[in-house]
Design a protein around this ligand. Structure first.
Ligand code: AMP
Length: 420
């Protein structure tokens, strides 16, 4: 038997119901915040990720799915959403108008990671990218959008861990201080961090292996190396988050894995979940340098991404979602060929009016059809028989109260909609 590739999942049954529910909440809340849906390709030119995510990031060094197509082009399955959205913004010259662009996406991402619970090779993220404004009101909006969306899904005890990397000058000051501090300890760090010391020292701070070492606990904090402007900016972000009633904690260890971040960086966790790298539901940050780096247009950007696989895993532990079941509005029952012809029309009429309707296609007898209707949790049964049909009537049974009524065949749609 052919099995699915390692690190991928099939989403079926009740999990699929939860996925659909998450997708609908995502699109409703994104719309309320006035974000526009964007869809970019699942593969891009490899160079895009080398130049945005960064040659020295873990993602580009170890985790991308790279391949050559038949035209010998170097392509990469997207490992994250920001680079593609920024590429699209630049390619479509959307900078020509001074408007702010607020996008949201929802799609699969690919990273060659070691699969475990909550860590897959193909996973799905929804996220936003806001391009064109550097006002801290947007930092706060993006963070609160993510926070309130997870709250709407009844994920409790949420906390945003937030930090700032500051502007270019702050980052340079900080990097110098960090290198100076780490140099005497370099041999005590893990092999990856020894490499990061040369290539991407900020990443040492969120290393999962060295996470509890005293060296990292006592490392200099970005907050102490900020320019006045960067400090004032961060304070505004926090003040706005207070107004928006977002629970946050300033955590100097948050630096995020990708090269393109500056100023605000954040992750969101549920404190109900034991702290592991998989308990992080989402994260993001500002990337004011990225758009210039990719397209020589000096404009601002900020975004976040949340993993739906992890969100659904968490929802499955919540009482509210434990017994989610598929339900339909109507099950139409018939036996003879003549009744079937009426059934076809009635089913179609109900469906075209948005009533979730099913009928038999397995030649089951009435007993079997009653069973099937129960399995589908049908609210109403429409039971057709020739005698009533001749009088223009159908039997409708409320499957919960078990009450039955004869209804005029021409009024069946109105009757069902009125009683749902
Ligand atoms: P990142 O793009 O690494 O900042 O990740 C943002 C969010 O995407 C994480 O908090 C996870 O919820 C999700 N995520 C990232 N990598 C994976 C993965 N390999 N498998 C499942 N979810 C992931």
């Amino acid at each position: 038997m052919i099995t699915k590739p390692k690190g991928t999942t099939d989403i079926t049954g009740n999990d699929a119901l939860l996925w659909e529910y998450v997708n609908s909440v995502v699109s409703n809340i994104m719309t309320a915040y006035n974000y526009e849906y964007i869809r970019t390709p699942i593969f891009e030119m490899s160079e895009l990720y080398h130049r945005s995510v960064g040659e020295n990031s873990d993602i580009v060094r170890k985790e991308t799915y790279d391949f050559k197509d038949k035209g010998n082009r170097n392509l990469t399955l997207r490992p994250e959403g920001t680079a593609g959205v920024v590429r699209s913004y630049l390619e479509n010259k959307l900078y020509a108008s001074p408007d702010i662009k607020k996008y949201y996406y929802n799609g699969t991402m690919y990273r060659y990671e070691r699969p475990q619970t909550g860590r897959l090779r193909e996973f799905t993220q929804f996220g936003v990218e806001v391009i064109g404004s550097n006002d801290p009101i947007i930092d706060a909006e993006v963070i609160s959008l993510q926070y309130h969306l997870l709250e709407a899904l009844h994920i409790n005890n949420l906390q945003v861990n937030i930090n700032t990397l500051g502007d270019e000058e702050s980052r340079a000051n900080y990097k110098e201080a960090l290198l100076k501090y780490l140099k005497p300890h370099i041999n005590e760090l893990c092999e990856d961090c020894k490499e990061r010391f040369k290539t991407n020292p900020l990443r040492i701070l969120d290393c999962k292996i060295d996470a509890n070492s005293e060296i990292l606990k006592n490392a200099p904090k970005t907050i102490n190396y900020l320019t006045k402007d960067a400090k004032d900016r961060f304070e505004k972000v926090l003040r706005y988050l207070d107004l928006l009633e977002v629970d946050y904690e300033v955590n100097p260890r948050i630096v995020r894995g990708l090269d393109y971040y500056d100023h605000t960086v954040f992750e969101i966790v549920s404190l109900d979940k034991e702290e592991t790298s998989q308990s992080v539901l989402g994260g993001g940050g500002r990337y004011n340098k990225l758009i210039k780096e990719l397209g020589n247009k000096d404009t601002y950007g900020i975004g976040f991404a949340c993993g739906i696989d992890r969100i659904v895993n968490m929802m499955k532990e919540i009482e509210l979602y434990k017994n989610v079941q598929k339900e339909i509005d109507c099950y139409v029952m018939y036996v003879s060929e003549e009744e079937k012809l009426h059934a076809i029309e009635i089913v179609q009429n109900l469906r075209l009016n948005g009533v979730v309707t099913e009928t038999d296609s397995l030649n089951k007898g009435l007993k079997g059809q009653f069973k099937e209707a129960d399995r589908l949790n049908a609210k109403f049964l429409i039971i057709l028989n020739n005698e009533d049909l001749k009088k223009g009537l159908v039997n409708v049974k409320d499957n919960h109260t078990k009450e039955e009524e004869k209804v005029d065949i021409d009024e069946i749609v109105e009757y069902i909609i009125g009683n749902l």
